[in-house]
Design a protein around this ligand. Structure first.
Ligand code: WTA
Length: 656
């Protein structure tokens, strides 16, 4: 860890006065309460925040760890929590403000949201036969209908599984099959940089084989481009929606009924369907919105994520709507028509909280450092980052040039599996340090543990970021694979004889007890804030007929955080002369199998891989070579130590 002491920035005093948590004493009181009476703490907030149809009888059952039950016996509906309960006091308030890529705008009030979601729910129920417990795959652009689809599923008790629009047909097909989805909701496409792009053809391709489970496809016509319609399977949302009744009862759901699946990469094998259930998830989504962004009744909040990722689920749709906030949905990209787009939007909508990823901050900084000066950003109060460690230069620009040195930066650390924030500053309370996630939120028993002893590590020592007690929005399972759930998250670290949740991330405490997340300890890499399993990318590359062996590692990348670096052993060394074509072929395979987000930045053909005698690839060596670092690892256990020097010279020369 760095020896240089990080500067500390105190919360803005005027902001703190009005904040929900006003100082570190209040933070500590909440955290002490949770420590002393864990169930009492959560019981209090569950009663205060959720509009229960029927009260629960038990706060937490951890008798069958890690299969936990929160708020058993309770009945609720997440769509009711996000919409219906606000109608008395907020029916004419903007729930969603949509801005299209080309500048088209739409304001959807809570009452309109209620009708739109009910109609979509009725369409799914009456025309498609979607019922409680059915899985619905959503493959959509960033348009309001994506939120309607999510909430319509929640209203019916159907389990949605959103697949990010950048994933390929193969990746979509795998997820449809794994979840045995009954219905797919998609769009013809949408707009990006003033041009139409397509989604429906990807769905058509995905459904070509192995997806017999899918009976019907609902297509929102967004860009009006020609698409193929399969009779009896594909239906136009635009043609059907107006005939639907605007009233649809919200299905009473058990606290632990599943709300959604979201597939995410692990260190091994195929992506796993992370399952989140109803009550605990929505409770923590709402609480963290209130505490971490401190959104007030008249505020406008913008999270730039895509609904295809967990950030879009929790902090564009569920969290903001659960608390009755106004949330912005943006279809476009932040650098189009220029790198001032987000700041123009901040000025125009008078945005108060802005939440984005370090990758976006780096790109906006690099391509438009002077842009913020052109706009009035004085409405901003809280700035957030998520998805990867933020580097100090990006942090500084964000703090000074966007936040005018008066906004708190909340560096929120969490994961698909945690459902909501775990470690984050509180904007009115926590003195912040650049690029530092600071402290676990109240109620979260986050600790950095020594993986060997299970003891909390001391200041300056690195350890594993763990959570030692179940929290309400914790992952409830890996769809269809309970063993993988236990093994993936509860297999590595044991504290006081009990397995605890391990995030997969390394972290350390500084001398003030501040937590800094240092990155993954496993074979997961983080490309532009998107999680990617090296195993997944390798499996894709292996489908290329020229490839004998492959190993993929992450390499620091100026804008993306990490880039993908592939070491490839070709079947036929004579092909070496055709390197460029082969490189293209390899990236084409990745595009087909996963999507553009997994394209390799570097592909190096090597004569062999550094393997131990038992055949395990020593990726640490490959990571060092990719970074251009000297090899300090012991290579004597390798089957063929000479291969290391050969690989190094391949990398230096670009080929062998
Ligand atoms: C990383 C995104 C450092 C981390 C919400 C984690 C972070 C993975 C931060 C989860 C942060 C997320 N600082 N690293 N503030 N936030 N990460 O599931 O490695 O897409 O395990 O969820 O992103 O990525 P996921």
């Amino acid at each position: 860890m760095s020896e240089v002491k990080k500067p500390v920035f105190q919360p803005n005093k005027a902001f703190a006065k009005e904040a929900r948590i006003k100082n570190m004493c209040e933070y500590q009181e909440l955290q002490d309460w949770a420590h002393e009476d864990y169930e009492g703490f959560w019981d209090h907030f569950a009663k205060e925040k959720i509009d229960w149809f029927e009260p629960y009888t038990n706060v937490l059952d951890e008798s069958n760890m890690p299969f936990v039950k929160w708020f058993e016996g309770g009945k609720l509906n997440v769509a009711h929590q996000c919409i219906d309960r606000h109608l008395d006091s907020r029916k004419n308030k903007a729930a969603i403000i949509f801005e299209g890529d080309r500048g088209d705008k739409q304001i959807i009030t809570y009452l309109e949201l209620y009708y739109n979601v009910n109609k979509m729910a009725n369409l799914l129920k009456n025309e498609f036969g979607v019922e409680k417990g059915d899985r619905v795959v959503i493959y959509m652009p960033m348009i309001p209908e994506a939120a309607y689809a999510m909430l319509a599923c929640a209203r019916l008790g159907a389990i949605h599984s959103i697949v990010f629009g950048g994933f390929s047909a193969e990746a979509l097909r795998d997820r449809i099959i794994d979840a045995e989805a009954k219905t797919v909701i998609t769009a013809d496409g949408a707009f990006r940089k003033d041009k139409p792009y397509m989604l429906k053809p990807v769905v058509d391709k995905a459904l070509e084989e192995g997806c017999e489970c899918v009976g019907k496809v609902l297509v929102v016509e967004r860009n009006g481009e020609d698409v193929e319609w399969v009779a009896g399977r594909d239906y136009s949302y635009n043609e059907m929606i107006d005939q639907q009744s605007p009233v649809c009862d919200a299905e009473p759901m058990d606290s632990e009924d599943p709300l959604f699946l979201l597939y995410t990469s692990g260190s091994t094998g195929k992506p796993k369907g992370v399952q989140h259930n109803s009550a605990g998830y929505i409770l923590w989504a709402q609480m963290t919105m209130e505490w971490v962004f401190d959104v007030k009744e008249n505020d406008t909040y913008w999270c730039t994520a895509d609904v295809g990722w967990i950030t879009g689920h929790t902090y564009i749709v569920y969290g903001p709507l659960a608390m009755g906030a106004t949330t912005i949905m943006f279809e476009g990209v932040p650098t189009y028509p220029d790198a001032g787009r987000p700041w123009k939007m901040v000025e125009e909508y008078k945005i108060n909280q802005f939440y984005t990823a370090p990758t976006a901050i780096r790109v906006l900084h690099k391509t438009g450092a002077e842009e913020p000066k052109k706009y009035d950003l004085s409405s901003l109060k809280v700035l957030g980052t998520v998805g990867e460690p933020i580097d100090p230069p990006a942090w500084k620009w964000y703090y000074e040039d966007i936040g005018n040195s008066k906004c708190a930066i909340v560096d929120t650390y969490w994961q698909t599996e945690t459902g909501g924030h775990m470690v984050s500053p509180l904007p009115g309370a926590t003195p912040i340090k650049p690029a530092c996630a600071t402290f676990p939120l109240p109620g979260i028993m986050g600790e950095i543990l020594d993986p060997e002893t299970g003891e909390k590590v001391g200041a300056g020592e690195s350890g594993y970021m763990c959570v030692t007690r179940p929290w309400p929005s914790m992952i409830r399972g890996v769809w269809g694979d309970p063993e993988r759930f236990v093994k993936s998250y509860f297999g590595d670290v044991t504290k006081d004889g009990k397995p605890v949740y391990f995030t997969g991330d390394g972290a350390n405490y500084d001398e003030d007890g501040y937590i800094t997340i240092t990155g993954r300890t496993d074979d997961v890499i983080n490309v532009s804030g998107h999680r990617m399993g090296t195993a997944e990318v390798e499996a894709a590359i292996k489908k290329s007929s020229d490839v004998a062996e492959v190993a993929v590692v992450g390499k620091p990348h100026e804008l993306k955080g990490e880039g993908i670096f592939a070491y490839v052993v070709l079947k036929n060394e004579e092909n070496l002369g055709e390197l460029v074509d082969t490189m293209k072929a390899i990236n084409n395979v990745i595009k087909q199998e996963i999507g553009n987000i997994a394209l390799c930045d570097d592909i190096v053909f090597v004569p062999g891989l550094p393997k131990t005698r038992s055949g395990k690839i020593m990726r640490r060596i490959l990571r060092s070579i990719a970074k251009g670092e000297a090899i300090t690892q012991d290579t004597s256990t390798l089957e063929d130590p000479a291969v290391v020097g050969q690989i190094e010279s391949c990398v230096k020369n670009g080929s062998c």
